[in-house]
Write a protein that binds this ligand. Structure first.
Ligand code: PEP
Ligand code: MN
Length: 372
């Protein structure tokens, strides 16, 4: 059961103390308080864990400071959608709204290689009206002998250059808890010219200690990729791990599944799950067409498979697109084979806009017919 406290609930106030006394007196119930610092206001949610069936909603509702009560099912307690659950399906970060109703494109480098390429990438984004990007500094690679990313060494120039070009959020994978501190310190050092969305890669979806560490901090929102060899339920529970530690500003990312059934794509594209994740949870859904398709193959009419897969997800309501571009793919140190060219950015964005428009028209038609 979740108690959502009224906006002016003061943890030092008398009403709050009375509430806590009442809750701690409930037999067999564990009380966990989450304070979610939003851009506009802070929300306090109190989780009651244990056998909450005997608790009467109206009685809980009548306790001091309580604004609303949500009885949750066992699944995805914090992030899930529950009956009579009007909790939001969006969050704000860096002045941007990330929700199940918005769409942001994060085009950028799979892996940062040189400051010149970061500069060219960010300039192209600015010229095309973009304020988000992806920049990999810590790269989890299959072979220990492959380039592992520049790590901490590139952070200052990445943040400086991105900020100079008006980039507000950079999606950046972390593979270890210490990377979060490195990112935080580099942002402070450079005067916070931009923001970061921490990325949990598909290989780390069930790295529970990393999930807990990223969940304990509330400064950065998190993009968690679906694990490429586990069920959707297991991946959604991985997101719930972070939320249970306190950070529920989470975007869920689909990036394809590991199986030969999807050949000749690098992974089996799983974007039919976009509406499924939106139905089961309140998380915005991201898709990564680059790591799922993995090639620059083109269909007979001339459209790249990467763009087809993107459009298929956007027309189904995807909220974020994480996509690899590179100014000079043959020299890219990671995943050059799937990178789009900077000259393809205007077409990519136009294609996304066409699919988004079609999605909005489809949703409007569905609403119209529901009223018939
Ligand atoms: C990435 O986005 O750079 C990446 C490595 O993705 P994934 O974890 O989905 O393989
Ligand atoms: Mn990659």
């Amino acid at each position: 059961m979740i108690l959502i406290l009224s906006e002016n609930a003061d943890p030092k106030g008398r009403d709050y103390t009375l509430l806590m006394e009442a809750l701690h007196g409930l037999p067999g119930i564990q009380v966990k308080v989450h304070r979610i610092e939003g851009e506009l206001r802070a929300v306090t949610e109190v989780y009651l864990i244990g056998d909450t069936k005997p608790l009467v909603i109206e009685e809980m509702q009548a306790l001091p400071c309580v604004e609303r009560v949500v009885r949750v099912s066992e699944e995805y307690r914090i992030l899930g959608r529950h009956r009579d659950d009007s909790r939001p399906s969006h969050f704000e970060y860096q002045g941007l709204r990330f929700g199940q109703d918005t769409l942001h494109v994060f085009a950028g480098l799979c892996a940062v290689d040189t400051p010149e390429h970061v500069e060219q990438m960010c300039r192209a984004l600015r010229d095309n009206g973009q304020v988000c990007t992806r920049m990999g500094a810590y790269k989890p690679r299959t072979s220990p002998y492959s380039f592992q990313g520049h790590g901490r060494a590139c952070l200052d120039y990445v943040f400086d250059i991105a900020g100079k070009h008006g980039i507000r959020v950079i999606a950046m994978e972390v593979t270890h808890e210490s990377h979060v501190d490195e990112i935080r310190e580099a942002l402070r050092r450079t005067g916070s010219p931009t923001g970061a969305m921490l990325q949990i890669g598909t290989r780390n979806t069930q790295n529970f200690e990393l999930l807990k560490a990223v969940g304990r901090q509330q400064e950065f929102p998190v993009l968690i990729k679906r694990g490429f060899g586990i069920t959707l339920d297991e991946s959604l529970n991985a997101a719930e791990y972070m939320a249970s530690e306190g950070n529920s500003r989470i975007v869920f990312g689909l990036r394809g599944m590991k199986t030969n059934m999807g050949d000749p794509h690098r992974n089996f594209v799983d974007f039919a799950h976009v509406p499924v994740v939106k139905r089961l949870t309140r998380m915005p859904v991201c898709i990564d067409p680059s790591h799922s398709v993995g090639t620059r193959a083109r269909a007979p009419e001339g459209i790249l498979d990467v763009m087809h897969a993107t459009a298929q997800a956007v027309i189904a309501g995807a909220n974020m697109v994480l996509v690899d571009f590179h100014p000079d793919p043959p020299t890219a140190l990671v995943d050059g084979a799937q990178a789009l060219l900077l000259s393809e950015l205007p077409l990519f964005l136009e294609d996304v806009a066409i699919a988004r428009d079609a999605y909005q028209r489809r949703a409007a038609a569905a609403r119209r017919h529901a009223g018939d």
